[in-house]
Design a protein around this ligand. Structure first.
Ligand code: MG
Length: 370
């Protein structure tokens, strides 16, 4: 918000901060205390959803995920994964495991996640090679920013906050529960994302709990910001959901049986696609003679600007699929259409239960020819 005086700006910011902190405080109280809107033993209170539990893994066989889990890797294919830029991942699937390929880059999920319960199994390479941070190094990056270290820490010394199960460079694990290289190890991670105000201040930090092979190694640990080598960077405001990534640290660490349960915002799945896909939709669209929609791209996200007489509003779009996008503050969906030549030529707008068609306007004469 722009203010005409610095005093006004200070007051406005202070007010926004107070409002945001108050709202978050209320949320946290609501989380910490029994919900006062329900009576004790209230029979009208919704029962918890039924989830069929999974089964534990054995060294030979991965276990079964809980019935409501999103399976990210089941030993067969990489359909849930891509490279950081959204292109086809270069890690390989070998004998039911996902193996890091040196210098191929991190892999990330196509789907975005925030608060979650995550199960990951990994095995360090055999024979073990290298020392310390060079021995079986990879990492689970929650939201692509916060690393739970993967490392061959079995009988191998390194700095404490770089061990397997460390929140890298911030919190050493509470125990070294490592198994020998080659053996499958489990991480069960409970992650609470950081919260940010509308003015992009950090309201509550990220918190992580990790069980390594069933042993508690991080207990609701509070993160000081994104993790990184030789640094503790401060928080920078980011989206509520972001892709999860796995680190290429040059070692052929293997993964199997990766599944995740969203702990908030589970009703609406959202994905981050490559800019190649997003750029197909960039352009101007017209619906009737009273509405124009301009689609632009801001990094890995599309933005839609709606203009009609007396109105001009812009919204970020979130991908539900490669062709369907939605908004978070308005009940609206944009479904893009592609013609026989593979060019986007229109969209259907679903806004507040109403449906409108919009045609794409050619920018140049040859716009539809490429
Ligand atoms: Mg690492």
């Amino acid at each position: 918000m722009k203010c005409t005086s610095s005093t006004g700006a200070v007051l406005s910011n202070a007010h926004a901060r107070f409002t945001a902190v108050w709202a978050l405080g209320f949320q946290l109280i609501a989380l910490a205390q029994p919900d006062p809107s329900w009576k004790i033993h209230d029979t009208t209170r919704p029962r918890p959803p039924v989830v069929e539990p999974g089964t534990p893994s054995t060294p030979e066989q991965p276990g079964k995920p809980p019935s409501d889990a999103i399976v990210l890797f089941d030993g067969k294919d990489l359909s849930a994964w891509c490279s950081l830029d959204g292109s086809v991942p270069k890690w390989v699937v070998r004998e039911g495991s996902l193996e890091c390929v040196k210098d191929s880059g991190y892999v990330r999920t196509l789907q975005n996640f925030g608060d979650c319960q995550l199960h990951v199994e990994w095995a360090a390479p055999v024979p073990a090679k290298g020392q310390g941070q060079g021995r079986g190094n990879s990492g689970v990056f929650l939201m692509g920013l916060y690393e739970v270290q993967v490392l061959d820490s079995y009988g191998s010394a390194t700095y404490a906050d770089g061990h397997a199960g460390a929140i890298y460079a911030q919190h050493p694990p509470l125990a070294n529960a490592s198994l020998p290289p080659g053996q499958w190890q489990t991480y069960d991670i409970i992650f609470t994302r950081p919260r940010f105000s509308e003015t992009e201040e950090m309201l509550s930090p990220a918190r992580v709990t990790v069980l390594h092979n069933g042993v508690l190694v991080q207990n609701h640990a509070e993160l000081s910001g994104p993790t990184g080598w030789m640094k503790r960077a401060p928080y920078r405001a980011h989206a509520d959901k972001l892709p999860l990534s796995l680190q290429d640290h040059g070692n052929p660490v293997r993964y199997r049986n990766i599944w995740i349960r969203e702990l908030s915002g589970a009703g609406q799945r959202e994905f981050t696609y490559s800019t190649n896909i997003l750029d197909r939709y960039v352009g101007k669209y017209r619906s009737g003679d009273d509405l124009s929609v301009t689609i632009a791209r801001a990094e890995s996200q599309l933005k839609a600007r709606f203009q009609s007489p007396g109105r001009d509003n812009a919204f970020f779009l979130f991908a539900e699929s490669p062709t369907v996008f939605f908004m978070k503050s308005v009940e609206a969906r944009l479904v893009f259409q592609t013609n026989a030549a593979g060019v986007t030529d229109g969209m259907t707008l679903h806004i507040g239960g109403e449906r409108r068609e919009a045609k794409r306007l050619p920018k140049r004469a040859n716009d539809f020819a490429n």
